[in-house]
Design a protein around this ligand. Sequence first.
Ligand SMILES: [Zn+2]
Ligand SMILES: [Zn+2]
Length: 128
Amino acid sequence: MKRQASGKVSSGDDIAAEKWLAAYRNPASRKGPDGSVIIRQLYAPGYYEAYDMALGYAERMNLEVLWFREKRSCGPFMNRNFPELEALCTYCNKKFNHVEPVPCAKNDCAAEFCSRECLTEHMRLRHP
Ligand SMILES: [Zn+2]
Ligand SMILES: [Zn+2]
């Protein structure tokens, strides 16, 4: 899987971005006594880039990094999809980076939303 910023001229070398996973703990969450744990995925060409992104996110969002690894070596997590560090709202397509996005109310739907309003609209259109 390859990602390129649109409009940017590639230097010619094709660096395939690897998928990485990072697990964070949100100490401020009231979901459980120890806060809540979230897993995010990100794309980066190498370890240091991925590490920077994962840590930068933790700093911006006041999270603790629990672990961080290449998705290929994540065993049971390998075939699952996680929200990206900066998620796109499935309904309005806006980028957002809430720690806990609004998930679709249907269990088998992976959609995530920036707001309850977007969830409501998605439910109306996709799961009537
Ligand atoms: Zn939205
Ligand atoms: Zn849905």
